[in-house]
Design a protein around this ligand. Structure first.
Ligand SMILES: NC(=O)c1ccc[n+]([C@@H]2O[C@H](COP(=O)([O-])OP(=O)(O)OC[C@H]3O[C@@H](n4cnc5c(N)ncnc54)[C@H](OP(=O)(O)O)[C@@H]3O)[C@@H](O)[C@H]2O)c1
Length: 442
């Protein structure tokens, strides 16, 4: 079979996030990297041209092909799949626009990565396309952005610190967003979040309709619910539970692992790769997982709760949704803007994600009601929505391009199970996202 002309195509390149992904991909367009060629796709040629100019600045734009494709025209999406082995999808909200792209990739056997943070979309794609993707050999991996790779790799990193007989019972992630300026995100993420809350019942219905997946065996009792607002003095944060995609993605990874304790075999792994995968996954110990959003001040937490309540109350009615989506700046108390953050704003922001693991120092202590050991690790990096997301998506893509034989044949899978045992963590570290052990106390 003749190789398609492009290593990958970035679909939705003109979007706020898409343009950062293009800029990140350009850094790796060089003969010494596996990325030899790529194309940008979108529905507006002028916008694509502008995007390439912005992404290449201060250099002149390289001769990258610009392809016209519209989600509303399935033929145009199928055409993209015949021109590449890998689509990076940045078109959201995914509940509106994602399925035709997944369907075309699954039909043609083209690999697919996206930056979705919408659990309903991901679980629906898994329910409807997993078997067909396995058959066609299309690797479909959602959540290859800040949602949910830091959570997945951060969980795995903490879990692997529990060596010997020690084992975690729960790993709680505390996310803190920092900036010298006001933290602001683009409307696209707000819209996806509002629609997620509006359709929360659909997600419950979908989950109830699916067969129960095996749960991992976790030592000790289920963790206590804990207070609504927690003051986590040791890391200097007030924190509140965040109903993000991360928990559901990590849970899916742990279910896949419960079914396949040695991870998923690659298409054509070498003996060394098989050994490395088995060794890696045997060192990952399951635990209960949750995510909290943190703030250095109690006022910051009250602000987060206020925005959460406004979205929770208003997103359920059409008038409320209209208000939220028409006045995002007002109802998000300044966090989401139609035009997105300024470049300075993006460059001055960063994140820290603390993973606080509680567990048992030995199998003898597992019968105890209370864990007797704590391990704290941290993932840290630049601004989450556009810098970290672009870095992660591009590094996942480079792994697909360079190590396809070592990755599963196909299926709709989580980033943790596909990339967990690869060198993704090292690649992220080389690109400004760090993983550190902070403390171990027994
Ligand atoms: N995982 C994460 O952490 C993370 C981070 C950032 C964003 N996201 C998600 O990424 C998505 C995009 O966010 P954003 O802020 O970049 O939004 P955005 O600026 O509105 O970008 C949307 C993109 O989709 C394109 N698009 C819309 N309808 C289309 C159609 N019918 N055919 C082809 N392309 C179409 C737009 O093209 P036009 O330019 O032609 O309108 C644009 O390129 C959201 O779902 C957001 O939640 C996730």
């Amino acid at each position: 079979m003749e190789e398609p002309p492009y290593d990958l195509i970035i679909l939705g390149a003109t979007g706020f996030t898409g343009k950062y992904v293009v800029r990140e991909a350009l850094k790796f367009l060089n003969s010494s990297f596996p990325l030899k060629s790529f194309a940008l796709a979108g529905r507006n040629l002028t916008k694509l041209t502008e995007t390439l100019k912005w992404a290449a600045h201060p250099h002149s734009p390289p001769p990258i092909p610009l392809l016209i494709a519209d989600i509303a025209d399935p033929q145009s999406i199928r055409r993209l799949c015949t021109q590449t082995n890998l689509i990076l999808n940045c078109v959201g909200p995914f509940r509106y626009y994602g399925e035709p792209v997944v369907a075309a990739c699954v039909e043609t056997g083209c690999d697919y990565l996206d930056i979705c943070g919408e659990p309903e979309f991901m679980e629906k794609m898994e329910a409807n396309y997993h078997e067909r993707a396995v058959q066609s050999g299309a690797l479909v991996v959602s959540a290859c952005g800040f949602d949910s790779v830091p959570a997945e790799l951060g969980f795995i990193f903490n879990s692997r610190q529990w060596v010997g007989q020690s084992a975690p019972n729960r790993i709680e992630a505390y996310m803190s967003l920092e900036s010298k300026r006001r933290v602001v995100w683009n409307f696209g993420t707000f819209e996806s979040a509002v629609l997620g809350v509006a359709n929360a019942d659909q997600l419950l219905k979908l989950r109830r309709s699916r067969p129960r997946r095996p749960r991992p065996k976790i030592p000790g009792p289920p963790p206590p619910k804990g207070p609504t607002i927690e003051h986590k003095k040791d890391i200097g944060l007030w924190a509140v539970r965040l109903p993000s995609a991360d928990s559901s993605v990590v849970r899916r990874t742990l279910s896949t692992l419960a079914e396949n304790p040695q991870g998923l075999p690659g298409v054509n792994e070498s003996a060394d790769e098989i050994e490395q995968r088995k060794t890696f996954w045997s060192s990952v110990k399951p635990a209960h997982f949750g995510v909290k959003l943190g703030s250095k001040s109690l006022i910051g937490i009250l602000r987060i709760i206020t925005v959460g309540m406004l979205i929770g109350l208003l997103a359920r009615t059409s008038l409320g949704r209209w208000l939220l989506l028409t006045f995002p700046l007002v109802f998000s108390l300044g966090w989401f803007r139609r035009k997105g953050p300024s470049e300075d704003g993006v460059n001055s922001a960063s994140f820290k994600m603390w993973f606080v693991g509680h567990g048992f120092s030995s199998s003898n202590s597992e019968g105890n009601a209370e864990p007797d050991m704590e391990i704290v690790t941290r993932v840290m990096g630049p601004e989450i929505g556009y810098l970290t997301t672009a870095i992660i998506l591009v590094q996942c893509a480079l792994i697909v391009l360079s190590k396809r034989e070592a990755l599963p044949q196909g299926g709709t899978l989580t980033p943790g199970i596909v990339f967990g045992s690869t060198d993704l963590q090292q690649r992220l570290q080389q690109n400004g996202i760090s993983f550190d052990v902070i403390s171990k106390n027994a």
